[in-house]
Ligand binder design. Structure first.
Ligand SMILES: *Cc1c(COP(=O)(O)O)cnc(C)c1O
Length: 227
């Protein structure tokens, strides 16, 4: 299958899942996860109408920033080391993976130098698996509060990555829990925090995530093929 036909099929499934959940399909955005894929694949997807691309590794993203001159929006979705932030300052639209205040502080510092504001999500490790990045649920509330005090950061929501299951229904409780946590944070009414985004759902389970309120689904293999 071609990238453009995969994209058409995924967009159709996103639309159907939103309708089934009685949600506005326009409220669910597709992040095409292009890690390990060449820039030519990204350009091909862009020409087929895809605008948001998610990358995990800064050393891979930096050359792509130069190679892809089309008006794509880059999202960082993988674990981010503070010492790499300077390479992407001002060049990405959203960072999904803020999981500690030291990282938030460095993003604030680098974006501050450019007099810009960086939109971020707080990554929560709902399952508590030690292999996964992310804060605890209590830690997330604290991190949102502390990040809200940084002038060049705007918290836009939460992100999670549940454990891998063969059955997408098994991931659903983790998605529901992220939404519940987001509602808890929203109710705190923290100044400067805008909890609109829920980044959850990947190739194998995005429909369940949409039913539980995802606004950003991160899909790689179902668009670009196996890595
Ligand atoms: C790789 C990756 C994805 C995409 O996974 P697929 O199963 O290929 O759709 C989504 N989110 C994160 C954080 C990833 O690292």
């Amino acid at each position: 299958m071609s990238i453009s036909s995969n994209l058409a099929q995924i967009n159709q499934r996103i639309h159907a899942a939103a309708i089934k959940a009685e949600r506005d399909p326009a409220a669910v955005h597709l992040v095409a996860v292009s890690k390990t894929r060449p820039s030519t694949d990204i350009i091909e997807a862009f020409q087929a109408g895809q605008t948001i691309f998610g990358e995990n590794y800064i050393q891979e993203l930096v050359p792509k920033l130069a190679e892809v001159t089309e008006a794509v929006k880059w999202h960082v979705i993988g674990h981010l080391q503070s010492n790499k932030v300077k390479y992407i300052a001002g060049q990405v639209a959203l960072i999904h993976s803020v999981d500690r205040i030291s990282l938030a502080t460095e993003i604030d510092r680098q974006w501050g130098k450019l007099n810009k504001i960086c939109d971020v999500l707080v990554q929560v490790n709902i399952s508590g698996e030690t292999s996964k990045s992310g804060t605890t649920e209590e830690g997330a509330i604290q991190l949102v509060r502390e990040s809200a005090l940084l002038p060049h950061i705007r918290v836009r929501g939460l992100m999670t990555m549940p454990p891998f299951f063969d059955d997408p229904e098994a991931a659903r409780p983790f998605f529901a829990e992220l939404r519940r946590l987001s509602e808890v944070v929203t109710a705190l009414n923290i100044s400067g925090v805008d909890m609109t985004e829920l980044s959850m759902g990947m190739s194998g389970d995005f429909e369940a995530a949409i039913q539980e309120g995802a606004t950003l689904v991160r899909i790689g293999t179902a668009i670009f093929g196996n890595r």
